[in-house]
Write a protein that binds this ligand. Structure first.
Ligand SMILES: [Zn+2]
Length: 407
């Protein structure tokens, strides 16, 4: 895939030129651009650096990848998982309860996917409207009765909102906000469509504090332009005319692993009380030494993984991987691992089989491949499922190692 890259030299959020790099990876792919064997090398690869702004203390990339084709074909949807279904139901219920929503109130979702989240609000009596750039997902949403505009949320998109859907009492974004190249003008636009008195903005992003704590480095990717903590989010929102209400709408156990779910309202709205108290991890990420230490820690982890494979291979040991999700793809690319280190990568998802991972060019195969092509050790990238995977691959008797123990 061919993509245009635009470089920046100042902070996306505050315009400051005082930005410092803390992570740098060469030739990084998109997490899901798997490659046919006859197309190896045709995938997008670009250097990925992550910076910290000394002024607004946010983290971000300094390049924009022009990915309009990518999003048009974007079919990723999580609504099949029971956990995700429960999350969507609970988010709608708690929004009604906490913010006093009433039947007939208007809910706009930006990046509304197949419409499952909005359908939960609709069931509770809200009038709903989605913004979704993918044609397939827009069709899927409309088929379930969720009115959706197939467009990005920009000035032209906002003009397409029917008069009876303004102002909105809720504007919602789940895992969309951290993809935005220009969050500030985006927030200005949100404020224009939000009810100035009762309006609530709900934003779910990957929490940088948790990414750092759990070393989820696979989340550093071209698709994510900004990496926020509750405190940097608060600063950003306040600069754009909002007031932070809290990050406790749903308990941890009901959200995905790295989720930061922020609620905010227009600064002038008086109906909603704030419940926000920053955590120590958020405060630590307000200063440079935390980033410097994190960068060193990541580089040490990658060196340790490479050393493990090198010494193993020197002793004649063979390796495979398990898990072709983002964690596997990005870790392999970050560590510069290829098919001479890891013979193949197992995954249950049949649509990946016969393809190669981007950048590392490791063939993706069905899990049963280990029986015909045994190896000494399987590195499990989807480590949360290690015991399930071990059981699934019986009678394979090689060693299983979690990627967490190797980095
Ligand atoms: Zn800044």
């Amino acid at each position: 895939m061919k993509c245009q890259i635009h470089r920046r030299s100042t902070c996306r959020l505050c315009g400051s030129a005082r930005i410092r790099e803390f992570l740098s990876f060469e030739r990084m792919p998109f997490t899901d651009e798997f490659v046919r064997p006859d197309r190896l090398g045709a995938e997008f690869l670009g250097d990925l650096q992550i910076y910290w702004c000394e002024d607004c203390r946010s983290s971000q990339t300094q390049h924009d990848v022009e990915v309009s084709d990518y999003y048009r074909d974007y079919r990723y949807t999580v609504s099949d998982s029971p956990f995700a279904q429960r999350f969507m139901r609970r988010l709608a219920e708690e929004s009604f309860r906490r913010f006093g929503l009433q039947s007939g109130d208007r809910v706009l979702e930006i990046g509304s996917g197949d419409g499952h989240q909005l359908a939960r609000f609709k069931e509770l009596g809200a009038r709903v409207l989605g913004f979704e750039p993918s044609a397939d997902l827009t069709r899927a949403a409309r088929a379930t009765g969720v009115e959706t505009i197939q467009t990005l949320f920009n000035c032209e998109g906002v003009e397409q909102i029917p008069a009876d859907m303004r102002p909105a009492q809720v504007v919602l974004l789940t895992y969309t906000f951290d993809h935005l190249p220009e969050p500030r003008p985006f927030l200005e636009l949100v404020r224009q469509v939000l009810d100035p008195q009762r309006g609530v903005l709900l934003i779910e992003v990957h929490d940088l504090a948790r990414i750092v704590e759990r070393r989820e480095i696979c989340l550093f990717e071209h698709e994510h332009s900004i990496y926020l903590t509750a405190l940097t989010m608060k600063r950003l929102l306040e600069g754009a005319g909002f007031r932070l209400l809290g990050e406790d709408l749903l308990p941890d156990a009901e959200r995905r692993g790295n989720s930061l779910l922020i609620a905010a309202c227009p600064a002038g709205a008086t109906v909603h009380p704030s419940t926000f108290t920053p955590r120590p991890a958020d405060i630590a990420l307000e200063s440079w030494p935390t980033y410097e230490a994190f960068g060193d820690d990541v580089r040490r982890g990658i060196a340790k993984l490479r050393a493990h494979l090198q010494s193993g291979r020197a002793q004649g040991r063979t390796f495979a991987g398990y898990g072709a999700g983002g964690r596997g793809v990005m870790t392999l690319a970050m560590a510069g691992i290829d098919s001479s280190d890891i013979a193949y990568l197992c995954d249950q998802n049949t649509s990946f089989h016969g393809l190669h991972t981007p950048s590392s060019h490791i063939p993706v195969v069905a899990p049963e491949h280990v029986h015909s092509h045994p190896v000494d050790e399987i590195i499990v990238f989807s480590y949360a499922y290690l015991e399930e995977i071990r059981a699934r691959l019986r009678p394979f008797a090689g060693r299983f190692v979690s990627i967490l123990d190797l980095m």
